[in-house]
Design a protein around this ligand. Structure first.
Ligand SMILES: Cc1ncc(COP(=O)(O)OP(=O)(O)O)c(N)n1
Ligand SMILES: Cc1ncsc1CCOP(=O)(O)O
Ligand SMILES: [Mg+2]
Length: 208
C-alpha cells in the first residue's frame, strides 16, 4: 500500500471554481505529501467525474502524489487511481475494500471512536475525521467535533487520522497535537488567492 500523504486536497467543482488549476498549483509544492481526492458534486455525471479523475491521476503521477476518488469507486478503478474514500451514504467499508482490492488506499469517514473501530475492522486504511469546525463547503453536516473529537478518534485507532472541516494552516499544530496525521481541505486551497503559497503554509505546518 502506498505511504499516505499528509495534505489531502479535495477538489472543488462548484460553479466558478477551477479544480485543476488548484491541483496544478499544489502538486509541485507538496509532491508525495499530497493526496488529491477527486470529489465532484452529486449532480455531476460519471463521465464528468471520470474526465476530471483521469486528468488528476496523470498530474499526480508526474509528481509522486496520490489520487483518490470520493464515493464513485468504479471511477477510481476506471482511471487507475490509488484508491477511494467512502462515508455513511456510500458503499459500506467492507464492500468498498472488496471493490478496490487489498492494495488500494481506502479512506472512511468517522466522527467517533465506535464508527472508527468499525471502519478499521472493515478495511479502512485511513480515517477522515470531522467536521473539525463548521464549514460552508458541505451542507447537512452534524455539529463540529473540535480538537477533543479528533483526539478521541486518533487515540482509539492505529490508522492515520485525517482531520476535515474548516481546517486552516493555523489549526494544524493543535490537530497534530491531538494525534491527527494530516488534514483534508477544500476551501483553504480552493479559495486561496495564491494556492501554491497556501499549500506551502499547510505543508510547513504539517511537516515541521
Ligand atoms: C478525508 C475525507 N474525510 C471525510 C470526507 C467526507 O466523506 P463523506 O462523509 O462520504 O461525504 P462526501 O465527501 O462524500 O460528501 C471526505 N470526503 N474526505
Ligand atoms: C466533504 C466534507 N466532509 C466533512 S467537512 C467537508 C468539507 C470540507 O471542506 P472545507 O475544508 O472547505 O471546510
Ligand atoms: Mg461520500
Amino acid at each position: 500500500m502506498p505511504s499516505l500523504g499528509r495534505l489531502h486536497l479535495i477538489t472543488d467543482t462548484r460553479p466558478g471554481r477551477d479544480p485543476l488549476a488548484v491541483v496544478r498549483a499544489a502538486l509541485p509544492v507538496a509532491r508525495a505529501e499530497l493526496v488529491v481526492q477527486v470529489r465532484v458534486t452529486d449532480d455531476a455525471t460519471d463521465r464528468e467525474a471520470y474526465d476530471l479523475a483521469r486528468r488528476v491521476v496523470a498530474l499526480c503521477a508526474r509528481h509522486g502524489a496520490t489520487c483518490l476518488v470520493n464515493d464513485r469507486l468504479h471511477v477510481a478503478l476506471a482511471v487507475g487511481a490509488e484508491g477511494g474514500h467512502v462515508g455513511a451514504d456510500d458503499l459500506p467499508v467492507g464492500a468498498a475494500r472488496a471493490v478496490l482490492g487489498s492494495a488500494a488506499v481506502l479512506g472512511a469517514t468517522a466522527r467517533d471512536p465506535g464508527t472508527a473501530a468499525e471502519a478499521v475492522a472493515a478495511g479502512a486504511s485511513y480515517l477522515g475525521v470531522g467536521p473539525y469546525r463548521p464549514t460552508t463547503t458541505k451542507d447537512g453536516l452534524p455539529a463540529a467535533i473540535g480538537v477533543a473529537g479528533v483526539r478521541a478518534v486518533a487515540v482509539s485507532v492505529s490508522v492515520p487520522v485525517i482531520a476535515i472541516g474548516g481546517v486552516t494552516a493555523e489549526d494544524v499544530p493543535a490537530l497534530r497535537a491531538a494525534g491527527a496525521y494530516g488534514v483534508a481541505v477544500v476551501g483553504a486551497l480552493s479559495e486561496a488567492a495564491d494556492p501554491a503559497r497556501a499549500t506551502a503554509e499547510l505543508l510547513k505546518a504539517l511537516t515541521c
